[in-house]
Structures are given as C-alpha cells and as structure tokens.
Design a protein around this ligand. Structure first.
Ligand code: CA
Length: 503
C-alpha cells in the first residue's frame, strides 16, 4: 500500500493516503514537518510566498506565506487564482477516438413510444402543478401503493413529483423558464412510459395547460382538487385515474436494447481530495466505455467545472458546442454575481476537511467523472438532449438541485461519487453510490455500492474499478440489480432550480 499520491510530474504537492505523523520520512529524503490528515496535501518542495501550488498539473492557488518542504498545505494557505476567461476557448483540440472497448453493448430496458431514451424502471409518475396538493397526494399515493400496486406486478412504484414551485412565483419572469421547463420535462421522464397523470389544485399560477400542454389537459390525465366534492371524492378521483394508468403501465416489458437507448447522469457530492484520484476517474472510465458502446452520459455542476472549463472546451466537437458552453458559464457567472458571491462559495466545510483546499482543486476532481470522450452537446439546466455521446448539462452543483435537473433531462439512472458520504437518492431513477476511499465503504458498507478506494492504495487500477462500475451500471439499468438507495427507498426532495423571483 502506498502512503501518498502524486498525480503529475509537474505537481509540487502530494496527497497522503492515510493519516501520517510529523517526523515520518514519507518518501526518500522527505520528512513531514506536520501531522498530515488523510487526503490532505503536503509540499514536495519549498514554496515561496506567492509561489504556485500545483496539483493535477494545474495551479490550485498561490502561497499566502512561504511553505516549507514537508509541511501541511490546508485551505487557509492559498490565494485563489482568477477565474479562467470563457472568451475564444480553443475547441476540438483534444478529441479522443480510441475509447476503451465496452464488454457489452446492450441492456434490458423499457422502450418508449416517443423514441426518446429507454426507461430503466416502470413507474407511475404523478405530476403536480403546485405544492398545495402535496398533502392530499401523499395520502393518495400511500393508498395506491397499498391497495392498487399489488394488482399490477409489472409496475415498480408510484412516485409523486412534489416540488415547491407552482404558485406565489413570478410565473412570467424570464428566468421562470428554468423551473417550468424542469417540471414539463420531468413529466416526460422515460421511466414513466409516456403515461401522464397530473394532480392540480385549480387556482395556481402554473396551470395544467402550461405544465403538460392544452392537448393533454383532459379528465383522462388530470384531477383538479377544487372540482372534487370533499376529501373522499379527491381520493376516489386520484385512485381511479391511477388505476387506469397502472393497467397500461403493467403491459410494459423489458427488451434487449442497444446501449444507445440509455442516458446516464453523473454527479458528485461530499467530495474529498481522493474523489479526483479514484472515484471520479473510475466513473470517467465507465463513462468512456458507455460512450464507446453508443450510450449517452451527462455531467453537470457549473461551479465545479468553471475553473477547468477550458479542458471541457478542448473536447467540444464544434464551435457551436463550445459557444453554448461559454454562454452557460457567462450566465452562471452573472447569476452568482447578482447574489454577490463568486465560485469560492462552493467548497463545503466537509470538502475542506477532506483535503480540498478550494474550488480549483474540487473542479479538477469533478471534471474527471466525464472521462475523456468528445463532448457532443451542451444543455441549459433541465433541457432534453438531442445527441448521443458525452453531454455537458449546465446545472447547479447542489446535489438536490442537480438531481431534478438531470431527471428532467431524462437520465435512466444516476452515478453519484462521494468522498465524505451522503445517502442521497431519487425516487424516479436509481442512484448508484461510488466512494473514493475504503474507509468510507467500511463506515457505510450497506449504503455505498462500489468503493474506488483500492485505486488510492494502488491495489486496483482505474480501468479495473471503471469496468466494474460499467457492469454495475448495465445491471442496474437492466433491473437485475438495485443499488442500496433504491433498496431502502431513500428519496430526496426535488428541489427545482428557480432563479426567478418569488412573489
Ligand atoms: Ca453535487
């Protein structure tokens, strides 16, 4: 087992793979001056005041004071570099063609009539126009699960798409397009099999017409609570409509489909300094295999790629894709600016405890989960893709906001990398957990599906863990395996991204 990881020849820091005491000769001729916590950095050379601190071959920041060789480098010791410009970023100069060969090219999925991506689960999704209906709908959903679902064994679950949007909002504000698009597209999620069911209140700003289109606003799809005579009538209306939809969904069957019908989302949360060494590069390797097999993979989280955006631009296949990338970054810069913060607001206390000094270091690890394949499309938050291959969807990095955005884009499942640990999950699509270090897997053996920790210790390669993850993704997509979050039903609230005013 190795004691430290140095990623590129240019790096003047290395990361300790476990807690190491001051006075330890960690490598020949280098004795540590401080105790180094696991995942934290130490200096490989004397770094002068204002000197570059380099990891991943990039400048993470500049030393606020001189740093001695062997000393601990923590988040208080760096000055953040200026954010890279998004003007005239070179594109198409890093287009990889020799992606790793996928061991299988098909999966067992639910083909959808609209020709969009296939489903990985067979779920009755019940859309809501407004938060006000949640209490009633939750009671109804519990009854549907208990009284109706057992009669339709081919349906996996019934899920209420509850959210905080819909009324008390500036519905015609330009930025209202973000939450409205998200809810419109979640209603079309591949796991819902084209079956539309909406529960509305009756006086909300987000009307049924606006949510699902006038043509779908019929009694065959919609229950309006204010039109029901009392609570029992609400229950009867919701349960009887649900039963009609369940009967149709129950006829869906899995079939062998090419992986080109699968859309996989990548996210990370609770990252540490190993995320970019083990979990995210392993996910990137699995992503490369998926793309090689024709699948579509999506990665997101603007503030966590902003400092490495030129690495993404290099992989864009056209000026058009590069320009959309720049446009999304500019929009987000302005959004943060309007809130009087910048990207330095991103790392969390847990990230820092995990050795991530600042957003540059976090970004370099975050981008690794996109692998190395060409980037064929860039999406605004919650847009649906039109291409196959690697896609960048410019969503917030917040786990509970990125999740619904990617659901709206149509992901059949999400792969979620973590260093510190989070039990996050989604009701509408399975979430696979991959951790960056073996201590995390030991702490949560029955929450984390796959540990990439053996990459840190040098006992496994990125290709080995990446291939293991690829196979697990195909098994989960095919319904042969369930990740822990799905087994337990860990379903986080859908926090719909709303940058528009609330009234
Ligand atoms: Ca996240």
């Amino acid at each position: 087992m190795r004691d430290y990881v140095k990623l590129t020849d240019r790096d003047n820091v290395a990361v300790a793979t476990h807690d190491v005491k001051a006075g330890t000769e960690i490598m020949s001729g280098l004795t540590l001056l401080d105790d180094i916590p696991q995942a934290h950095k130490f200096a490989l050379v004397d770094i002068p005041k204002d000197g570059e601190i380099i990891r991943y071959g990039v400048v993470l920041g500049y030393a606020l004071d001189p740093i001695k060789r062997g000393a601990w480098i923590n988040e208080h010791m760096l000055r953040l570099p200026v954010s890279p410009s998004v003007d005239n970023m070179p594109y198409g100069v890093n287009i990889r063609k020799d992606l790793p060969e996928a061991p299988v090219k098909t999966f067992m999925g639910y083909r959808n009539p609209d020709g969009f991506y296939a489903g990985t689960r067979n779920i009755l999704g019940i859309q809501t126009t407004v938060q006000c209906v949640q209490g009633v709908l939750d009671v109804a959903v519990e009854r549907i699960r208990r009284e109706l679902l057992p009669k339709y064994p081919n349906v996996d679950d019934v899920v209420a798409i509850n959210h905080a949007y819909g009324c008390g909002v500036a519905i015609n504000a330009p930025n209202a397009k973000f939450p409205i698009r998200a809810l419109q597209n979640i209603a079309k999620h591949p796991n819902f099999g084209g079956q539309l069911m909406v529960v509305s209140l009756g006086c909300e700003k987000l009307t049924v017409d606006r949510l699902v289109g006038e043509e779908n606003n019929t009694p065959d799809n919609v229950v309006v609570l204010q039109d029901c005579k009392g609570f029992e009538a609400m229950m009867t209306a919701i349960l009887s409509l649900a039963e009609k939809k369940l009967a149709v969904l129950d006829k869906r069957r899995r079939e062998e489909l090419p992986l080109s019908e699968l859309l996989v989302g990548m996210q990370c949360g609770g990252s540490d300094a190993f995320s970019g060494v083990s979990a995210n590069p392993s996910a990137g390797y699995a992503a490369d295999m998926l793309v090689q097999a024709g699948a579509t993979v999506m990665f997101s989280e603007v503030t966590e790629v902003r400092d490495g955006v030129h690495f993404i631009a290099e992989r864009c296949v056209s000026a058009e894709v590069r320009d959309k990338l720049a446009e999304e970054m500019r929009w987000y810069d302005a959004y943060l600016d309007a809130g009087e913060v910048d990207r330095s607001a991103n790392p969390t206390p847990g990230n820092k405890k995990g050795g991530l000094s600042n957003i540059v270091e976090k970004a370099m690890g975050s981008i690794a989960k996109s692998g190395t394949s060409p980037i064929v499309e860039v999406l605004s938050p919650a847009e649906r893709p039109t291409k196959h291959g690697m896609i960048y969807a410019a969503t917030p990095a917040s786990d509970i906001v990125c999740g619904p955005c990617q659901l709206a884009s149509g992901i059949g499942l999400q792969v979620f990398m973590t260093g510190r640990g989070t039990p996050y999950g989604l009701a509408a699509a399975p979430v696979i957990k991959v951790c960056s270090r073996n201590e995390m897997k030991e702490q949560w053996p029955d929450v984390i599906d796959i540990s990439a920790g053996d990459v840190v210790t040098g006992e496994k390669t990125i290709a080995e863990v990446g291939t293991e993850l690829f196979r697990f993704i195909v098994d989960v997509a095919s319904g042969r395996k369930k990740p822990y979050t799905e087994q337990y039903g860990l379903h986080n609230f859908l926090c719909i991204f709303n940058p528009a005013p609330i009234t």
